[in-house]
Design a binder for this molecule. Structure first.
Ligand code: KG4
Ligand code: ZN
Length: 341
């Protein structure tokens, strides 16, 4: 395997196929995203109300090569310029991960460049650095996606402390389940976000679960209270508008995410708050986090909403960091569907 000494012209091809987005990106010099292509499978899975693993793998297989080709064309570079290939090797759906990792290893071997396996969760943390690579440690980062809900203290590059996490459903999973209850379709997060536009977040006071540990989250009870509320309100003819219910559900989820994140900020004395994962595309969550950051005079480093949901730019950025440290991945290393941070 060829070794490279990374500098500002180092070009990394990032690949992401851990769930239902097939993505490729070219990242130069650590964090300059030269191209980023994301092909979503949402429409394929929508009829099933969630991601079907086998269908996801097949779709990645069909789409990945054209997606990589497009990322290279959009970057306007020749493939011979690529210095390394980085790819998500966990956590995620095993079949989906295998498609990306096999392609990444094959390309790296063919081009005689290093291969860097990237932890998908770490990549979400790194998405905060895309706009500002000079963020000051420690950072408190809220990582909220369809599969994870975590508060992480990022003490340095590659050094993390798990502050808290969900004890049941992930925040994105809660959005998806509740949207299904309301007949809003899949994925539920964007649907609830949109439906809340004209709603009153204080219309229904849904419960905020308070797990024993101060930084842990719990969202599974919310579904039961929403279902019970809708049944009772429908029976008595007092059902508020769809917008009001959606806005109130959104507020119940956002409220705990914001409160616990900023409790961690206050307790750790962090001066920077970051975020990553699909749920951070939520407009109400971003607005509330901005308000709290403003009150405390701390820096809020949220990636553009497009970089919150799964993408390969964050894989290229995280992979580029490990390349700098000389931590390459062995060809024999396999995917790990339940990889932890
Ligand atoms: O990070 P991501 O793209 O994939 C995973 O790694 O899981 O996150 C997907 C999750 C889904 O649950 C989706 O409903 C949620 O992010 N999501 C949102 C929004 N956009 C995506 N949740 C709330 N508001 C949004 N605008
Ligand atoms: Zn993700």
């Amino acid at each position: 395997m060829t070794h490279v000494t990374p500098d500002e012209s180092t070009l990394v091809l990032g690949i992401e196929t851990s769930c239902d987005e097939t993505a490729a990106a070219l990242v130069m010099g650590g964090n300059d995203v030269v191209s980023s292509v994301v092909s979503s499978q949402i429409e394929i899975h929508a009829d099933f109300g969630g991601v079907v693993p086998e269908i996801a793998s097949r779709a990645h297989l069909e789409t990945l090569n054209p997606v990589i080709a497009r990322a290279i064309v959009e970057a306007g570079v020749d493939e011979s310029r690529i210095d390394a290939v980085a790819c998500t090797h966990g956590p995620g759906l095993i079949g989906a991960l295998l498609v990306g990792v096999s392609a990444a290893k094959a390309l790296a071997l063919a081009w005689d460049v290093p291969y860097v396996g990237v932890n998908h969760l770490e990549a979400h943390l790194y998405s905060a650095f895309i706009e500002d690579p000079s963020l000051e440690f420690p950072l408190v980062v809220l990582l909220v996606s369809g599969g994870h809900t975590m508060l992480v203290e990022m003490q340095d590059h590659g050094r993390y402390r798990l502050v808290g996490q969900t004890i049941d459903d992930a925040a994105g999973e809660a959005f998806d389940k509740l949207a299904r209850v309301m007949g809003l379709g899949f994925p539920g997060g964007p649907a609830i976000d949109k439906a809340s536009d004209s709603g009153d977040p204080a219309a229904v006071d849904f419960p905020r679960a308070v797990p024993e540990k101060p930084y842990h989250f719990s969202f599974s009870g919310l579904k039961t209270s929403v279902v019970t509320f809708i049944e009772k309100a429908s029976a008595s003819g007092d059902l508020p508008s769809l917008a009001d219910v959606a806005a109130s559900i959104q507020e119940a989820i956002v409220d705990v995410l914001v409160k616990k994140t900023f409790r961690a900020v206050d307790d750790t004395g962090a001066k920077v708050v970051g975020g990553g994962g699909g749920v951070l595309a939520n407009r109400r969550l971003r607005h509330r986090m901005a308000e709290e950051a403003d009150k405390r005079g701390v820096t809020l480093a949220l990636p553009d909403p497009i970089l919150c949901t799964d993408n390969a730019a964050m894989i290229g950025v995280a992979g580029g960091y490990w390349l700098t440290k000389g931590r390459l991945t062995d060809w024999a290393e396999n995917v790990d569907p339940s990889m932890v941070l």
